[in-house]
Design a protein around this ligand. Structure first.
Ligand code: 13P
Length: 291
């Protein structure tokens, strides 16, 4: 097993021009499904939980389950706290054993975002080998407790991105480039590739300083994904698709087996469907065989 923080695996991904799948899970069945996918594909893996599931199960329980499953998996795996707006909760999850923390202060003014992000970076680097992700600009849509309507979405300014990375010391940088959380309302979402390329060049052009993160994976067309990786995207987040997979698979299984009362069989159906969805993403991201 290899429980890791995300920075090392994402520097390798940036250099190798592939992206690591970062899959949001809400329970342990999904966690098993994404681990099975990554093991089958020999791919590095980032498991993410939003704040809500980490509070529902308790962060210590999340970490214990993650470590128990990761121990028997012959691939590098990271446990990431996604979109946490609360500095103190970020610190608690770092203490509990999450190996990557995202402080999301992107809805605050720039100076406040810098201050909050730096506080989490300083803490995580002090208490352990924990890497930190932060966001600049806002990604539209809904993720856990954070809602941003589309016309509020502001894309990351390239020069300000450099300043943000330098002043916070953040390990991983998530610039808002036009991708959105949730289901896209159009088949061809408007992604600002030029902005992504410029930010990648300014931050990572002379050696990888802070690998770039792409939020809003669900529904992105394969050619958009490929282009974002080519431009320097090293971690691609997928959440909504896995939630839909869990709910739709559960509904279909129960509908087809209305007289059966065996929850274990529902779990197996869900785990298999999650594994298939994650395997599809791993192939699309080019991370198969990179573990
Ligand atoms: P989707 O829900 O659109 O897949 O986005 C996931 C994400 O970016 C989580 O941080």
């Amino acid at each position: 097993m290899s429980v890791e923080n995300a920075k090392g695996m994402l520097i390798k991904a940036t250099q190798g021009k592939y992206a690591v799948g970062a899959f949001n899970v809400t329970d342990f069945v999904q966690m098993e499904g994404v681990i099975e996918a990554a093991v089958n594909k020999k791919a590095p893996l980032i498991i993410q939980t939003s704040v809500e599931p980490s509070k529902f199960y308790g962060r210590k329980m999340m970490v214990a389950a993650f470590r128990a499953l990761a121990e028997s998996a012959p691939i590098p795996i990271c446990l990431h706290l996604d979109h946490c707006t609360d500095v103190d909760y970020c610190k608690k999850c770092a203490d509990a054993g999450y190996t990557n923390i995202m402080i999301d202060a992107s809805k605050f003014p720039f100076e406040e975002n810098v201050r909050m992000s730096k506080e989490v970076v300083d803490y995580c680097h002090k208490v352990g080998d924990i890497s930190v992700e932060a966001e600049l600009g806002t990604v539209s849509g809904v993720e856990d407790q954070i809602k941003v309507v589309e016309d509020e979405a502001q894309l990351a300014n390239p020069q300000q991105s450099v300043e943000f990375v330098e002043r916070t010391g953040v390990d991983l940088f998530a610039p808002a480039i036009g991708t959105a959380h949730g289901v896209y309302t159009t088949k061809d979402p408007k992604v600002d590739f030029e902005r992504m390329g410029k930010i990648a060049q300014l931050i990572n052009g002379k050696g990888v300083r802070a690998p770039l993160i792409v939020h809003g994976g669900t529904g992105l067309p394969p050619q958009t994904v490929a282009k974002l990786i080519e431009l320097g995207g090293a971690k691609l987040n997928v959440s909504t698709e896995l939630k839909y997979t869990l709910i739709d698979t559960t509904f279909a299984y129960i509908s087809e087996h209305r007289k059966e009362y065996n929850p274990g069989k529902i779990n197996i159906a869900v785990k298999n469907a999650i594994r298939e969805a994650a395997e599809k993403w791993i192939d699309m991201l080019g991370s198969a065989g990179k573990a």
